[in-house]
Design a protein around this ligand. Structure first.
Ligand code: NAD
Ligand code: LMR
Length: 308
């Protein structure tokens, strides 16, 4: 399994590190436009191999896409991150051009690749890759829900006073401060609905804290987060590499599923060797449906800013 990560910045390097540490890929290529940067990150990471016990070969490339040839999975993290006070949507102007150019270059050298889009605004960037590359829909996957769900579980565990491993939950909808739909009704502690343990008010607080998870970290760090994003991507790449058929909420092109059309937004999907193996159309309550529709309207509004 060969994986390319475009963007050797905070998120790209974290993706490469977690993929390598999990030791399921034979090769990871990191590519960046900044001279020598990807090569430096790759060398630094390779010098952790004997310490962390992995055999994945990591190499770097300064914008030379021939080095990425025949990648099975390509992860796009290139682009600017937000600063405190900004929304992800404000990044569209710069990131759309980068994502369009990068995805075309990747596909030129790896026509059979599966693409995972990370750059923000992620749902719109995923839609852009659909509109401009012609790759089949199962091979274009946006990463947002896996991260948002991890943050949801972190907040749930905090509220419950429980270990995170005892908690399960999922966030669907757009990867934006307003658009996330944490499914509190379906969240559990060891199979028991979390509503058995905490009040509606506390659960509402968990929901709100989850939705602004990225903004909270951006406020603390001065730029957006990277560890959990990298770990979330590595989990998705592993599911594809090992054909696990695990369910992740991912941004995918909807063609009638959940009553939505012509946009990419986070819904549960099965990930395996073909990328998105299927969309899992779970039953939503009326309130959840209307939150997902509102979220979709927000994503479509951002999509309309694309010059297609
Ligand atoms: N979807 C998510 O859940 C999620 C999570 C975290 C970050 N992000 C997004 O990921 C992106 C990257 O964040 P970061 O913190 O790593 O930023 P960063 O600035 O640390 O890294 C971005 C890298 O992209 C490189 N780059 C820019 N243009 C390029 C091009 N044309 N070709 C190759 N490389 C190029 C830059 O040189 C830089 O090294 C941002 O848009 C951020 O909002 C998304
Ligand atoms: O918050 C951001 O802008 C980055 C990313 O989308 C995140 O959720 O961490």
């Amino acid at each position: 399994m060969k994986v390319t990560v475009v963007g050797a910045g905070a998120v790209g390097a974290s993706c490469a590190e977690y993929i390598a540490i999990k030791n399921f890929a034979s090769e990871v290529v990191i590519l960046d436009i900044k001279e020598g940067f990807a090569e430096g990150k790759a060398m630094d990471l390779m010098q952790t191999a004997s310490l962390n016990g992995f055999d994945t070969k990591i190499t770097g490339s300064t914008n030379d896409y021939t080095k990425t040839a025949n990648s099975d999975v390509c992860v796009i993290t290139s682009g600017i991150p937000r600063k405190p006070g900004m929304t992800r949507e404000e990044l569209i102007g710069i990131n759309a051009g980068i994502v369009k150019m990068v995805s075309a270059s990747l596909i030129e050298h790896s026509p059979n690749t599966i693409i995972i889009v990370v750059s923000n605004p992620m749902d719109t960037m995923t839609y852009l890759v659909h509109k401009t590359t012609g790759l089949p829909k199962n091979r274009i996957i946006g990463m947002g829900g896996a991260l948002d769900s991890a943050r949801f579980k972190y907040r749930l565990a905090e509220a419950l006073g429980a270990p995170i491993s005892d908690v399960d939950g999922m966030v669907i909808g757009g990867h934006s401060d307003k658009g996330m739909v944490p499914l509190t009704r379906l969240a559990t502690r060891n199979s028991v609905p979390v509503s058995e343990f905490i009040s509606e008010e506390r659960l509402e607080q968990v929901k709100q804290d989850t939705k602004v998870g990225g903004a909270t970290l951006t406020g603390l760090l001065g730029t957006s987060a990277w560890y959990a994003p990298g770990a979330a991507v590595s989990g998705m790449v592993q599911a594809i590499a090992c054909d696990t058929k695990k369910i992740f909420p991912c941004s995918t092109l909807l063609e009638g599923e959940f009553g939505l059309n012509d946009l990419c937004i986070g819904v549960p999907v099965v990930l395996g060797k073909n990328g998105i193996e299927s969309i899992v159309e779970i039953n939503l309550s009326d309130a959840e449906k209307s939150h997902l529709e509102e979220s979709a309207a927000g994503v479509s509004k951002t999509n309309s800013l694309l010059e297609l």
